[in-house]
Design a protein around this ligand. Structure first.
Ligand code: AMP
Ligand code: MG
Length: 522
């Protein structure tokens, strides 16, 4: 571990807050504040990702050393680490919220691995910073498990995401009022070490625009391009435009992936939007069980449902508008920004069609597929069918012999018999049309099945599975966290003996806290 090499460009090349210490304040004219993690009572390594450890060049001896838990709990620093919290703002639920910043995340440094890749190591839950506002800078075990498991699962699903190296218990309790209903209780605390090439968010740019700090805005843009988008070429002005186009493109691709796998972020505020187009800040996120574009897991958003499943691509577009507004002073021309925002819609549509076609086993999207897909979505929703299981079963359909009443293989796709009865006829008719459509495909059924199963996951971190792992972990049993991490390593493969992790949400979980509804109280 001592051979981790650091090259901390963010703090080296950008201006920092001259004021020392972690007391809460407004920070002007700076991209970050240097702040040390607050040590915890009893660091204990609870889980780790072997892939991320390998990515960083860490070996088994490193992971087993007591120093490892100390460093990744925030109790010790390695040579070369220079901890800081970033300053950013954001639009929360559609309103400008002013300065937010890393209130409980502390970056330890930027490490360079053997392949020359840059990976920022960031602790989440490491104690107060100047950006903690009225909160404690800590994170509870339940939300840390959710971030750790889901971010690694997302990676293996092929969805751009921040990663997680490890989960460390703090041996301390954290008080949380889980549903903001006047019932605070002490919960076990934890720290996750997140890993990404950069944790810069839309909000890092917005804060400078909102304060009229235009020189700093330009510096941060040029720094981001130079460090994180080195492939972008051209003169400085052209590069800034191409960079925004690239942010729009990556965000469009990300939204199509979320739709493909059934992921609902839950808090798509602009401070939770990665400039790299990664899934970032796993809070009250959720996974679609029964297909429902209206669903949001976030109780804080239950009224407006701004961040519901089917609305995420539009929200991302709105967020990109805010970013465009923020960087306008550094571009000086509206036209290329508007063009990039228009292109977002086209790129998203193209990616969404491409991924939808692949989910259905079509080599190419055809115009008539729009109606077929719209009808399918209505059936999935009206029939309360499980999205994940449906697409796996669909891969087994052999055209055209499978037409007729709903085939037996779809029986476990439905959550209730009532709903099944409502859509049965329509579903059978749809399957006939689908059968005709796949007959136009050149691929033999067996190959189509393989292709479909490579884009339609069998295992996703369903909310109730994560909750089961959390319940056991709170009793000191980490075995389910470990097993789920392993299951989600190969989310597209049948895994003998692990069928239960591919089952639909059990009835008991339908309205249970943590399984169907979550709050930001993490
Ligand atoms: P979120 O929308 O949950 O990503 O967080 C919004 C803002 O609240 C960010 O600035 C976070 O750093 C901050 N925040 C969330 N939880 C805490 C906490 N426990 N302590 C300090 N700041 C927090
Ligand atoms: Mg956040």
């Amino acid at each position: 571990m001592r051979n981790l090499r650091f090259d901390n460009r963010f703090v080296r090349e950008l201006p920092g807050d001259p004021e020392p210490g972690g007391h809460v304040r407004q920070v002007h004219g700076a991209c970050y504040s240097r702040v040390m993690p607050t040590p915890v009572r009893k660091p204990q390594l609870l889980a780790w990702s072997p892939e991320v450890a390998a990515l960083l060049g860490l070996n088994g001896a490193d992971l087993r050393s007591p120093e490892f838990a100390d460093v990744f709990a925030g109790n010790a620093l390695l040579p070369g680490m220079e901890p800081y919290a970033a300053c950013y703002g954001g639009h929360q639920f559609g309103n400008w919220a002013g300065q937010l910043g890393d209130g409980r995340a502390i970056t330890l440094g930027e490490t360079i691995n053997d392949r020359g890749e840059r990976w920022e190591l960031q602790l989440k839950g490491a104690g107060p910073t100047p950006y903690s506002r009225r909160a404690d800078g800590r994170a509870v075990l339940r939300s840390s498990i959710r971030e750790f498991l889901c971010s690694e699962a997302m990676h293996h699903l092929g969805v751009p995401t921040t990663r997680a190296l490890c989960l460390v218990g703090t041996g301390e309790r954290v008080i949380r009022d889980m549903f903001y209903d006047g019932n605070p209780r002490p919960e076990p605390g934890a720290v996750v070490c997140r890993v990404a090439p950069s944790f810069i968010r839309f909000g890092n740019f917005e804060i400078f625009a909102s304060r009229g700090e235009e020189a700093l805005l330009g510096r941060l843009i040029d720094f981001t391009i130079a460090r994180d988008f080195p492939e972008i070429e051209g003169d400085p002005a052209t590069r800034r435009v191409r960079w925004f186009e690239e942010v729009c493109r990556r965000t469009a691709v990300l939204m199509a992936h979320w739709t493909r796998v059934g992921f609902v972020h839950g808090v798509m505020n602009t401070d939770n939007m990665s400039i790299l187009g990664l899934t970032i800040d796993y809070g009250p996120y959720g996974w679609i069980d029964n297909f429902d574009p209206e669903w949001t897991p976030n109780t804080t958003d239950a009224g407006g449902r701004r961040y519901r499943f089917g609305h995420q691509p539009q929200v991302a577009h709105w967020n990109l508008w805010q970013l465009a507004n923020a960087i306008y002073p550094a571009i000086g021309d509206v036209q290329p920004l508007e063009a990039a925002l228009l292109a977002y819609a086209d790129i998203h549509e193209r990616e969404n069609r491409r991924m939808t076609a692949a989910k259905l086993g079509f080599a190419q999207w055809q115009d008539a597929d729009g109606a077929l897909v719209a009808d399918l979505h209505r059936l999935l929703q009206d029939g309360e069918m499980d999205m994940t299981i449906f697409f796996r079963r669909l891969a087994d359909v052999d055209a055209p012999s499978d037409a007729g009443p709903v085939p037996a293989r779809f029986a476990d796709v439905f959550y209730t018999q009532d709903r099944r009865a409502v859509v049965q006829e329509g579903f059978a008719a749809w399957l006939l049309r689908y059968g005709e459509r796949i007959r136009q495909e050149a691929l033999p059924a067996a190959e189509r099945r393989v292709a479909m199963n490579a884009v339609n996951p069998l295992f996703v971190p369903r909310n109730y599975l994560a909750q089961q792992a959390i319940d056991a972990a709170e009793q000191g049993d980490l075995s389910l966290v470990e097993e789920l991490l392993d299951v989600f390593r190969r989310p597209y493969d049948d895994q003998a003996g692990r069928e239960r992790f591919a089952e639909k949400r059990p009835d008991w979980a339908r309205h249970k806290a943590g399984c169907s509804m979550l709050s930001c109280s993490s």
